[in-house]
Every structure is written in structure tokens, then in C-alpha cells.
Design a protein around this ligand. Structure first.
Ligand SMILES: Cc1cc2nc3c(=O)[nH]c(=O)nc-3n(C[C@H](O)[C@H](O)[C@H](O)COP(=O)(O)OP(=O)(O)OC[C@H]3O[C@@H](n4cnc5c(N)ncnc54)[C@H](O)[C@@H]3O)c2cc1C
Length: 402
């Protein structure tokens, strides 16, 4: 039996594709093939310490532009699905900064240096604006945020500077300023330009992925029993034939290969998977170079959260707690969960890659001395949950099934 369209992946992109086909194209003959056993992909919540937390996406970056009133489609979905949460803007957030070398609260000096960092970023923004307006500029002249900040008087000279910089860049983009584009992330912060600066932090017991289920309902796709959604099907090959496409998928329950046919296929797997397509997802014939060049240009960012429960809260209430550490990126950002003895740490980049390989006890052994350096009487955590949920990890999990 042949379908009109096969969609590979049931994350928000795959389900949004099905929704668009059904609602705008009147195409109801689609088939979604998903390797995992749930809908939502990197929108996934976990139960921890009696509460639901987001292991993947948590924020809507840019909700609605205050002047143009252009609304982020994710924000519109959040509204439509009645998702609970709160508006937050990290610039105005209450942030405490503590130095692990001295044990001191350095929130005030951090504010002063933070303003200098912001001034350098603003200068960089203005210069980039002027350059882009001049006719000689081309995207090929793009520079890294590191280079741009340096040219505008910012050099991270101390552990405090490095922590502030981490909070501003790595925590947001999951990448170091060395490889973050000044054009895309200083001049044209796309979500900010389109949808304004306000961010919405999702905190809903039903989980952020409720927006994906809402899309399913709108296009009459029941994620529990609709035969057009097949979970546990890992697509291994997409073959372009003269009559359309043949999609080969491994049924992870029966371990048998199934072949599905359609006129067209929409592929929504992550760039992490596409970059390893020679082992994970074969295209036959091979994709043209102009296409592979597009996705090899990107680096799959690593962004991991670690949820830690303690017998009691020993910290002051704040939106963020920053730990100044000699080693850059060593558990610097912590989010206290209001009203609960739970902290959420974030690690990114190469640190995240390393942390993903450690046991929980090894992770605790790394971060506990840092917390103990700035707070007295820090008890042993009662539970730890590492949401090692990056795209690379997804690719590895898919690879492990092979
Ligand atoms: C820890 C973390 C925090 C994040 N925080 C934010 C945030 O605060 N705000 C924000 O806007 N974004 C955030 N993101 C990014 C956001 O989660 C993603 O951009 C978004 O969820 C991607 O959706 P997608 O549908 O494109 O991909 P995915 O959600 O990755 O969906 C792709 C689907 O394809 C499936 N798949 C892969 N390979 C195969 C195969 N061979 N066969 C069949 N199925 C396959 C996967 O299992 C997956 O379900 C975060 C991401 C992570 C990991």
C-alpha cells in the first residue's frame, strides 16, 4: 500500500508537518515513522522529586513582538494548549553569584563586570549594523563572538569574567563564543528580532510536549492508536524510485525490516542524525552535495540538565545561582526550583559530552565540593537525574540499536 506522504520523526517538526498537510493541504493519507516510543522528540518531560521537569526544551524564546505584535508560533501553541509557566527575561532575573575559590558572594562585582560585557556586546552590535549597511559587507565576513567582543574591549581575564560570559553565551547557545557567529547571535538574534525579548518558561505538570499533542488533536491524529503513527520504527534507508519513495524501517519490537511506499517523504530527524547518515540513515541515491554541505556546516550543540534533590534547601531563593569556578563551564549555572529542595544544573559543549559518560555518583563527586565551597552544611543529595538528552546522545541511542 502506498501513502501520499511519509514523515520520518514524531518530534514537533514531524507532527507540525502532519498538521500542515492535514489542515492546509487536505492530505490525510500520511504515515509517521518514529524510532522512539513516544511523540515529542526533544520535548520530553521527566518526573523527579514529585514534580514534572522538562528534560529538553523549556523556554519559548521570544513570545510576541511588542511593536509588530508578531507572535512566535510556539507561543501561539502554548496559549492554545493552555500551558502553564511564567514570563522571564534573564537580563532582569534575580541572579546570585558566588565564588568557589573564596566562598564569597560576588553578586555586586559581577553586576559591574556584567555591565562591561553588555557594553562590549552592544558596541559590537552597532558596528555590525554599520558594516552590514555598507555595501562591502557579506556574510563571509562574519566573525566569532569571541573575536567581536575582543575587538570591542572585552577580554575574560578572571574566573568571574568567564562565568559571566558562560551565562551570557554558552548557557543560551550551548556553544562557546569562539564558535558562535557574531552576525547570527549578536546582530540578528532571529527570535528576538521577530518575536521580541520576552521569554516564557514552561512549568506545566502535563509537560511542554502537550503542545505536540494539541497539534495531533487539531489534525485528528490520536497518538495512542492512530494507525498513521508508527512508533518504534527506526528508518534506516530512504530510496528514491521512479514511482516515489521506498522507506525501509527496522521494527524495534519484532526486529524485522518493514518497507513503506509513498509519493513523497518529509525527513525531520535532527542534524546530529543527518550528519551520521552514512551509518544511521542511508539515502539512495546519495543526497546532493549542496544539501549535505548545508547540514555539515552546523555543529550539533550539547546541552544537558542535571536535576538534584536535597533533603532540604540550603540556598537563598533566586532565579539563577552562578558558581564562579576556575575551570570554565564546570557546573556554573544552577536554577533553584521554587518551593522545592531541588536544584537544576546545566552543562554544555565538551563538558556535557564528558558528563554524559559519568555515573550519577561521579557527577555528584564533581559538583558537591563546588556547592560546599560557597554554602556551609551542604547535605548529600537524595536523588540525581541526568537529562542527557542532546542530539548527539539521540544519535548514539539510535546507533546503539543497530
Ligand atoms: C536539553 C535541551 C534543551 C533545549 N532547550 C530548548 C529551549 O529551552 N527552547 C527551545 O526553543 N529549544 C530548546 N531545545 C531545542 C528543541 O528541543 C529542539 O529544537 C526541538 O525539540 C526539535 O524538534 P524536532 O522535531 O526538529 O526534532 P526532534 O525533537 O529531535 O524530533 C526528531 C524525531 O526523529 C526521531 N528520529 C531520529 N532518527 C530517526 C530515524 N532514523 N527513524 C525514525 N525516527 C527517527 C527522533 O526519535 C525524534 O523523535 C533544547 C534541546 C535540548 C536537547
Amino acid at each position: 500500500m502506498s501513502h501520499q506522504v511519509i514523515i520520518v520523526g514524531a518530534g514537533i517538526a514531524g507532527i507540525a508537518a502532519a498538521h500542515t498537510l492535514a489542515t492546509r493541504g487536505s492530505v490525510s493519507d500520511f504515515l509517521i515513522l518514529e524510532a522512539g516510543d513516544y511523540v515529542g522528540g526533544r520535548l520530553q518531560s521527566v518526573s523527579f522529586g514529585g514534580q514534572v521537569f522538562e528534560a529538553g526544551a523549556n523556554w519559548v524564546h521570544g513570545t510576541i513582538h511588542p511593536e509588530t505584535l508578531k507572535e512566535n508560533p510556539i507561543s501561539a501553541l502554548v496559549r492554545a494548549a493552555n500551558i502553564r509557566g511564567h514570563n522571564s527575561n534573564s537580563d532582569d532575573s534575580e541572579t546570585l553569584v558566588k565564588d568557589t575559590a573564596t566562598g564569597k558572594d560576588v553578586t555586586l562585582p559581577a553586576k559591574v563586570r556584567g555591565e562591561e560585557l553588555e557594553a562590549a556586546a552592544e558596541q559590537l552590535h552597532d558596528k555590525l549594523c554599520q558594516q552590514v549597511e555598507s555595501e562591502e559587507w557579506s556574510i563571509r565576513n562574519d566573525i566569532s563572538v569571541r573575536e567581536g567582543l575582543k575587538l570591542n574591549g572585552w577580554q575574560p581575564l578572571s574566573a568571574l569574567d568567564r562565568t559571566l560570559e558562560y551565562f551570557e553565551w554558552d548557557f543560551q547557545y550551548a556553544e562557546m563564543p569562539e564558535i558562535t557567529s557574531a552576525y547570527h547571535n549578536v546582530l540578528e538574534e532571529f527570535t528576538e528580532v521577530d518575536f521580541g525579548e520576552m521569554e516564557f518558561f514552561v512549568n506545566d505538570p502535563r509537560g511542554f510536549s502537550t503542545i505536540v499533542k494539541h497539534l495531533c488533536t487539531e489534525c485528528s491524529l490520536d497518538p495512542e492508536k492512530d494507525p498513521r503513527l508508527k512508533l518504534g520504527r527506526r528508518v534506516t534507508e530512504i530510496e528514491h524510485t521512479c514511482d516515489g519513495v521506498k522507506v525501509h524501517a527496522l521494527n524495534l519490537q519484532s526486529n524485522c525490516v518493514e518497507v513503506y511506499q509513498a509519493a513523497q517523504v518529509v525527513v525531520t530527524v535532527s542534524i546530529g542524525v543527518l550528519q551520521r547518515s552514512s551509518e544511521l540513515l542511508k539515502f539512495s541515491p546519495a543526497l546532493p552535495t549542496w544539501k549535505t554541505e548545508q547540514f555539515t556546516q552546523f555543529q550539533m550543540a550539547l546541552y544537558c540538565k542535571i536535576f538534584v534533590a536535597f533533603p532540604r534547601a540550603f540556598w537563598e531563593q533566586a532565579e539563577y545561582l552562578l558558581l564562579v569556578t576556575e575551570e570554565r563551564g564546570q557546573y556554573p549555572v544552577w536554577q533553584p526550583v521554587p518551593g522545592r529542595p531541588i536544584l537544576i544544573a546545566t552543562v554544555t559543549g565538551e563538558k556535557a559530552r564528558r558528563v554524559e559518560q559519568l555515573d550519577d555518583s561521579e557527577v555528584v563527586a564533581e559538583f558537591l565540593p563546588l556547592l560546599r565551597a560557597v554554602y556551609s552544611d551542604v547535605p548529600q543529595p537524595t536523588a540525581v537525574h541526568g537529562a542527557y538528552f542532546s542530539g548527539i546522545e539521540t544519535a548514539l541511542q539510535v546507533a546503539d540499536v543497530l
